[in-house]
Ligand binder design. Sequence first.
Ligand code: NAI
Length: 446
Amino acid sequence: MADTYLNLVNTGITKEIAKKLGLPRPSVLRRFDPSKPLVPGPVLLLGNGESVTTLSETMLAWNLDVRRHATPGQKLGAIVIAWDTLTAPGELSETALAVGSALKDLLPGGRVVTVSRPATDSDAPETAAVRQSVDGFVRSVAHEMRGGSTANGILLGEAADAGSTGLIATLRFLLSGRSAYVSGQFIEVSNDAGELPTDWNKPLDGKVAVVTGAARGIGAAIAKVLQRDGAQLIVVDVPQAGEQLAKVANKLHGTALQLDITAQDAGKRILEHALSRYGRLDIVVHNAGITRDKLLANMDEAKWNSVLAVNIESQLRMNRELLDSGKFGHNGRIVSLASTSGIAGNRGQSNYAASKAGVMGMVRATAPAIGSLGGSINAVAPGFIETDMTAKIPFLTRQLARRVSSLQQGGLPLDVAETVSFLASDAAAGVNGEVVRVCGQNMVGA
Ligand code: NAI
């Protein structure tokens, strides 16, 4: 459902009225457009981490105008901060304050991206402190951003350096319009054997992808974006949604597979379909999901069991079948839909939140096995997304749910789809076992 308020506060006289009354003024987000530059202006590269030279070279290769010093009044498209060699909190101030001065010059839809290392138990206390400080810094800056700008961080995991493919791919994702609704988040990358695409606008060229629950909503948007990015599509949904599913498949020149994913042999049937039609299967997106909301005191067995069966048990079974088959896994990508409800919990959703938290547990525990085959598994946790599901929420609650994020608006199915496509790409091999929130830095579970 369209967010009428967002349109009103961005046009004509209503824009002025909203300004005078001090009402929230969400901005129209900068979304991916291959005809537009990667970022809307020069990139200020701050910090003195080891990664600084590689980051500079990487961004110059993308034809970005990279500056090492700010010029007052010079508008900026992004600020990138190399903080990967910090050893004590005192080292933060100079760069943090320089970011503060430069923020005033950040263009609408601008980006702040830090590159740092995660705090670990084996760090010296000073080092662990400053590494964790970056977390608090980025999440706070994200709350302060205006004009639809975002702030996110990349964590260089063990043995990863600035030359890691995962870092390059994640940096590009976070700078681009693909990450429009991702803010206040960290994505950890490892040293990996991922491959950069020959064409950044077709990162899934030659891949075969399956998306479950693709007859409508977020699933249909994911299928569309994966196809736009070069993949051939198999779309799956229950037989009752067969007509709608066929329309999606036809539009994308893909194939439809009517299948209830709770079937015991769902994984096998998906694999058979993919191998017989396309000779391969590279990407599996577990998107199908249901809600059966009730306060726990009123919850019955059917509501509890059906949500767990669709949202988590089916995924566990399909993953097992796929990985045991020996025909999926080498460079294979699995992306599962979680939810911010699974992170923060939600009244009336104990069954749904349990299932979505389960997805995150499954992803973390499956990552080492699929990673050893060169594949990856990650989860995307959407916040409030404008779909048929959220259109049913009562008007006032819906308005409130939209505004309680740093970007002060709901996301679009497209925003979730862009993150799924990034995680499904070869270049993102080093992102494994992560949960990426697509929630506009929603206060829920922030
Ligand atoms: P939706 O209800 O519009 O679409 C879900 C699709 O899954 C439907 O086409 C449905 O027929 C299909 N499906 C349901 N059970 C199935 C089964 N057993 N086998 C095969 N297909 C089945 O939902 P929406 O909003 O597009 O959500 C997609 C995913 O995103 C879900 O996993 C949902 O939990 C998650 N999500 C959605 C959010 C939102 O704001 N809309 C927020 C957070 C997570």
